[in-house]
Design a protein around this ligand. Structure first.
Ligand SMILES: C[S@@+](CC[C@H](N)C(=O)[O-])C[C@H]1O[C@@H](n2cnc3c(N)ncnc32)[C@H](O)[C@@H]1O
Length: 461
């Protein structure tokens, strides 16, 4: 591996990016992006798009390695996974050499045979728009390919940065367009989730299925959502488990409803109360969109266990009459005003978790609790913080790796081993593993504040 390529590999070590800010900033850097039927190629909209430069080469064919000829070298494999503009001239030369060899080899094959064996997708009407599947993961039983109607996620990472992340629904005849080129939805359809496809500009774009966390972050929003890190802490506070009955308010954009839906499973249920009809509609739409995509991706139905009710929780005594809940999640304005309606229906020992953005709102809640005779005790007030870290092999200025310095003791043991070691035995110091030191520090881009969580338990006095 050349020092230059090693440097590129190192800088491409992925980190968990800031979910809110970085995504916003990465999208802000995107000059053009769309997933509609017309792409920048079609309507000329993306003419001003910044295109990373790099030598022009015929695209790789993976077919060769699949039909029993020379397997790819580690250098070739790695270079194909990396942003093309970051490759050194040396790597491009090697790639050129391989392409030439490939062409010589394929001359002996009939075109029909080549078409059968290779996995190159040609875009109709796109002169240089050859898209290709860049990874051929082993297909496992019950693995399902992506299909029209499914919600998928496109991702492009360059060096340490997540340049683009976009969630969209696969639709026949549509195009995923961006400043980095476009990919036809028809090409994505039929690929396995987690496939790297090249855009029309040769940029490797990872196409995969979003997790529930990602779906809630990218879905269309009405009001602000309960952020996944906070939602999972709330689920833990409330100790939500399979079969539980949970009351939630307000439904908002439906993020918390989705997390609750997964936690209570098909034997449990969630009652989600929302006062605004537009928010109520948005929550229902997001819930249904996730459910239908889930059915397509897994072949199994997502439980229909959330009942979305349009109404004011404060005046919901008639709705709650005769019901009992294992726990309650409140993410609404003035939650202390709803406690007198809700608490009689919370089982003794159950938890009411409240999510609020400002600490002054928590003070109001505490003061409301102090002035009431409700059998509730506040157990905890927390803020959940995730700290992202940067971790990469330590590099010299010339791009080569630093080497870990041996202690005098290690050096002595090593020379003893070399002298007295049995023939054929290799000292551990000869293995490259562990020879490179790493740098590790908090990532410069961190998540900002999202909210405070309050855990209140119902007790019997
Ligand atoms: C921040 S949003 C909730 C977001 C939601 N947890 C999510 O994850 O998408 C707050 C919601 O509470 C609703 N709300 C406020 N007061 C309410 C009340 N008295 N009864 C029901 N809903 C209420 C608002 O209309 C708003 O949609």
């Amino acid at each position: 591996m050349t020092p230059r390529l090693a440097r590129v590999c190192a800088t491409c070590l992925s980190h968990k990016v800031n979910q809110n800010d970085l995504r916003i900033s990465s999208l802000a850097r995107t000059k053009w992006f769309g997933t509609g039927p017309k792409g920048p190629d079609g309507d000329g909209d993306g003419s001003g798009a910044q295109v990373p430069s790099g030598p022009t080469l015929p695209p790789f064919s993976w077919g060769a390695s699949r039909c029993g000829r020379r397997p790819l070298s580690p250098l070739e494999r790695v270079s194909q996974m990396l942003p093309q503009e970051s490759l050194s001239d040396e790597v491009w030369e090697l790639r050129e050499k391989r392409t030439r060899e490939e062409n010589e080899d394929t001359e002996t094959q009939t075109p029909e045979k080549l078409n059968e064996d290779t996995d190159v997708h040609e875009q109709p009407g796109d002169d240089d728009g050859v898209l290709e599947v860049m990874t051929h993961a082993h297909v496992l039983p019950e693995e399902r390919v992506m299909c029209f109607g499914e919600v998928v996620l496109a991702e492009y990472r360059r060096r340490r940065r997540l340049e683009l992340q976009k969630m969209f629904q696969l639709e026949k005849g549509c195009k995923l367009g961006s400043s980095w080129g476009s990919v036809d939805h028809d090409v994505i359809q039929g690929c396995h989730a987690g496939t790297v496809l090249r855009t029309t500009l040769g940029i490797p774009m990872l196409i995969r299925r979003p997790s529930l966390e990602e779906f809630t972050l990218f879905m269309k929003r009405g009001p602000a959502i309960a952020y996944p890190k906070d939602a999972s802490a709330m689920l833990m506070m409330m100790d939500v488990s399979e079969g539980d009955r949970v009351l939630e308010s307000g439904s908002g954009s439906g993020a918390m409803s989705l997390f609750l839906s997964r936690a209570v499973g098909s034997s449990g249920n969630v009652l989600s109360v929302e006062v605004r009809s537009d928010h109520h509609r948005r929550a229902v739409l997001n819930y249904e969109r996730w459910r239908s995509s889930w059915k397509l991706r897994s072949g199994k139905a997502w439980p229909e266990n959330v009942h979305f009710h349009l109404g004011d929780l404060i005046n919901s005594a008639p709705l709650l009459a005769g019901r009992s809940f294992s726990s309650v999640a409140l993410d609404m304005i003035n939650p202390h005003l709803a406690l007198h309606t809700v608490v009689p229906h919370l089982r003794t020992g159950g938890v009411c978790a409240v999510y609020q953005a400002n600490i002054t709102q928590i003070i109001d809640l505490m003061e409301g609790l102090r002035c009431s005779t409700l059998p509730l005790v506040c157990e905890r007030i927390i803020e959940v913080q995730h700290r992202d870290w940067l971790l990469a092999p330590s590099l010299k200025k010339d791009g080569s790796f630093h080497q870990r310095r041996k202690s005098p003791g290690e050096e002595a043991t090593e020379s003893e081993n070399e002298d007295g070691g049995k023939e054929g035995q290799v000292s551990a110091a000869h293995f490259p593993f562990g020879s490179v030191p790493y740098v590790a520090r908090p990532h410069p881009e961190q998540n900002g504040h999202t909210g405070f969580l309050v855990k209140m338990r119902k007790i019997s006095r």
